[in-house]
Design a protein around this ligand. Structure first.
Ligand code: ADP
Ligand code: NI
Length: 210
């Protein structure tokens, strides 16, 4: 039987993320949750209940879409956990949520909390592979960025979505904390590489190569 606290946390997370962009929505949470639970069970690192709750809440304080500061988000999450029988794990979960964002650039391997390794790996895995590509172009569209600015690909630059591959996505494989995560990352990284190869060949289309 599902722990009632999981159901309540699902509802809370869904509600919090209602206005986020579609690459960063409830389905991102569903995917991260599956990846996190898989990594945890493959490596038997920590309590699956805590993994589940943290995966569900990991983006619930994000100010980019929630319209308020992250600090206010953290207070809401803290109150929510306290009121719903999760006071004991509150501090551990909040600590991970604060560090996990890849925009925060926190190096999780410096931490001795396996919960952070797992959630960060799962979040990063969802930013690469086919889903990662879809999310990047979705986000770029949301920001009205060009898909590509010729000549920019060698730079780390977020001005175009292809630029984002170089500034972030292609680097993620080497930042994965767990060996289970690393295997998945390698497969997904190859998808990024083959996508880029095809992208450039279409961009530089020359009829005589056919
Ligand atoms: P986090 O969820 O860890 O805070 P972000 O909000 O930075 O990470 O990123 C969420 C998603 O949006 C990821 O899939 C990421 O690749 C994508 N993204 C972030 N910045 C850009 C950008 N400048 N161009 C394209 N995609 C982006
Ligand atoms: Ni996330």
């Amino acid at each position: 039987m599902t722990d009632q606290r999981i159901e309540i946390t699902e509802k809370f997370a869904r509600q919090r993320m209602k206005n986020y962009d579609s690459g960063h929505d409830w389905w991102h949470i569903v995917r991260v949750r599956k990846l996190a639970l898989f990594i945890n069970s493959a490596e038997a690192l920590t309590d699956p209940f805590v993994v589940d709750v943290t995966a569900l809440l990991h983006d619930a304080a994000d100010s980019k879409f929630a319209g308020k500061s992250n600090e206010q988000g953290y207070i809401m999450i803290s109150d929510f956990m306290e009121k719903n029988g999760m006071g004991e794990i509150k501090n551990q979960v909040l600590d991970v949520i604060k560090k996990v964002s890849y925009s925060s650039n926190y190096v999780a391997s410096n931490s001795d909390d396996p919960l952070l390794w797992i959630i960060q790996d799962a979040d990063r895995l969802d930013a690469i592979g086919a889903i990662g590509i879809a999310r990047a172009f979705n986000y770029g569209g949301f920001r009205n960025n060009p898909i590509y600015i010729p000549g920019i690909e060698s730079e780390s630059n977020d001005k175009s979505t292809i630029g984002h591959f170089y500034s972030k996505l292609l680097k993620l494989k080497d930042t994965i904390n767990t060996s289970t995560g690393r295997k998945i990352a390698e497969e997904r990284h190859e998808i990024l590489e083959s996508f880029l190869k095809q992208f450039y060949s279409e961009w530089d289309f020359v009829a005589y190569n056919r």
